[in-house]
Every structure is written in structure tokens, then in C-alpha cells.
Design a protein around this ligand. Structure first.
Ligand code: PAF
Length: 283
């Protein structure tokens, strides 16, 4: 496995693979890799001849009061993990190389980026789509894999790739969870013991709310309320949003008659956690 911070080297290696007729699967990450990321690498490697993993804590997707400086950076461990999973290239550029002087372009996907996390993290998705467009331009993958924990990110990237005709297949990988249901996240390591214990309520509450829908409840208002009620006794948890949306457009929906994504953001202490569940009621 090759590790490089050089954009020229990464682009050349990928171009050589393409010239040999090899397909490229790409997993963009910000590092601090956990089993969730590992599942993305496995998925990429099952569908492609070569797997490229980028590790880049992208400054442009963090707000001024967010955790850019404290975000965990564990490059060596990350490389060891993906090497074992058969990745061929790790591209870990420096921030000033990605946003070189004179960088003036922003990619912004409207509508699908506006609600949910987009409403609370202004500019976040512009940072994500801009860096993904840059990384896609360097790697030029056949397919790229993203985790469904960030369901809105998946929808935004799909929209960008479709609108800009980038010709990249976007694969959405299922959420990987701890044994008590907590969705894996690089930010889980910020949680205190008590916050970590209460955080498992989020996935239990999502599942119970989804079961309510599957047993016939059609009103999204009732389903969202069931989620809120389930968290009422967890004094360290604070719900930022609970929304029911169309999973492709992220537009709010009122009934569960079609596929509905129940998506939430919850603070456990100071740590912001997101999670979601897809509800596919029979009609
Ligand atoms: O999901 C992430 O880790 C980041 O948003 C991504 C896609 C690597 C862009 O920086």
C-alpha cells in the first residue's frame, strides 16, 4: 500500500491504474477510522480492483465553534487498518495543498443541503461537496462509498454527482453500530462514561419509533413525538432536531405512506451525534 500526501503522485497512480483497465473504488474519510469506515473499505474492495482511501480533516466543513482543532488525527493507525483491509493507496494531503493560494471555487448543492444538519451547520455541506469534488478530480474513481449514518451527506453527494455528470457510482453503506445500538462515529470518543451510557437511548428510540410506524402509525408527528418522549429521561441528552424526510430529497414528509427517513441530531453533553433509520411501511 502506498501512502502519499502528494496530489500529483496520487493522481498519477490512479491514472496508471485506469490505463491498465483497473477499476477504482474510493473511500473519502477524515481519518480516526473505526469499524464503520472499515466496512466502507471492504465494500469498495469487493466491487473494485483498487481501493483509494483519502484521509483529510477538511477545514472548510467545520463551523467556527466546531471541533476542527480537537478532531482526532491518527494517521499511522489509520494506515495500518486500511492496509490490512487491502487498500492500495492512502492519500493524506495537507490542508494548504488542497486549498492552495488562489483557490476560489465552491460547490454548493441547494435544497437537499438546506434542512436537517444543513440548517444547524451553515456552510457545512458546501465544504463537503467542494472537497469531494476536488478529491474526485484527483482520484477519478469509478465508485465512491459513503456511510448512511450521514444520510444527508449521501443524498447531497448523489445530487452533486448527478447534476455535474461526474459519472461516479455512489454506494451507500449501512450504519455500523456498537452492540448496544450506538452508531459508530469518530466523535463517540469524546463521550464521558455517563454520556456514552445514555447515548445508546438514541438508537433504541429510533427503532421503537420505526416499529410504531411499521405497526400501522401513519402520522410522522406521532412518530417524531415518540422519539422525543423516549429521550425525556436522559438528562445528558438534548435533541437538536428530529425530522421525517424523503431519503433522496431530504424534503419533510407528514405521513409514512412512502419510504421515510427518520433522522435525528442529539447532543450528548457537548458532543453532537447524528443517527437515522429508514422506515419502509407497507402501503
Ligand atoms: O464523512 C466524512 O468523513 C467527510 O464529510 C468527507 C466525506 C470525508 C468529506 O470531508
Amino acid at each position: 500500500m502506498i501512502v502519499t500526501d502528494s496530489e500529483q503522485s496520487a493522481a498519477k497512480i490512479c491514472a496508471d491504474w485506469r490505463a491498465e483497465g483497473l477499476s477504482i473504488g474510493f473511500v473519502p474519510t477524515m481519518g480516526a477510522l473505526h469499524r464503520g469506515h472499515e466496512s466502507l473499505v471492504e465494500l469498495a474492495s469487493s466491487s473494485s480492483d483498487r481501493v483509494v482511501v483519502s484521509i483529510f480533516v477538511n477545514p472548510s466543513q467545520f463551523g467556527p465553534s466546531e471541533d476542527l482543532d480537537s478532531y482526532p488525527r491518527t494517521l499511522e493507525e489509520d494506515c495500518n487498518k486500511v492496509r490490512e483491509l487491502g487498500a492500495s493507496l492512502v492519500f493524506a494531503p495537507k490542508a494548504d495543498a488542497v486549498y492552495s493560494s488562489g483557490f476560489s471555487t465552491g460547490v454548493s448543492v441547494s435544497n437537499v443541503s438546506d434542512g436537517l444538519c444543513g440548517a444547524f451547520r451553515r456552510g457545512h455541506f458546501d465544504g463537503v461537496t467542494t472537497v469531494c469534488a476536488v478529491l474526485f478530480g484527483i482520484v477519478r474513481p469509478d465508485r465512491a462509498v459513503f456511510g448512511m449514518k450521514d444520510a444527508q451527506q449521501v443524498a447531497v453527494i448523489k445530487r452533486m454527482v448527478s447534476d455535474l455528470r461526474l459519472g461516479i457510482e455512489i454506494i451507500a453503506a449501512p450504519i455500523v453500530r456498537e452492540s448496544d445500538g450506538l452508531a459508530l462515529s469518530s466523535r463517540n470518543q469524546y463521550l464521558s462514561f455517563e454520556e456514552r451510557q445514555q447515548a445508546s437511548t438514541i438508537s433504541t428510540a429510533l427503532r421503537n419509533a420505526s416499529d410504531l410506524a411499521l405497526s400501522g402509525e401513519k402520522s410522522c408527528k406521532v412518530i417524531k413525538n415518540a422519539f422525543l418522549v423516549a429521550l425525556e429521561h436522559s438528562d445528558l441528552l438534548r435533541v437538536q432536531y428530529v425530522e421525517t424526510v424523503d431519503p433522496d430529497t431530504m424534503i419533510g414528509v407528514e405521513t409514512t405512506e412512502k419510504r421515510v427517513l427518520l433522522a435525528v441530531a442529539v447532543f450528548a453533553g457537548k458532543t453532537r451525534l447524528i443517527d437515522n433509520i429508514l422506515i419502509e411501511s407497507e402501503v
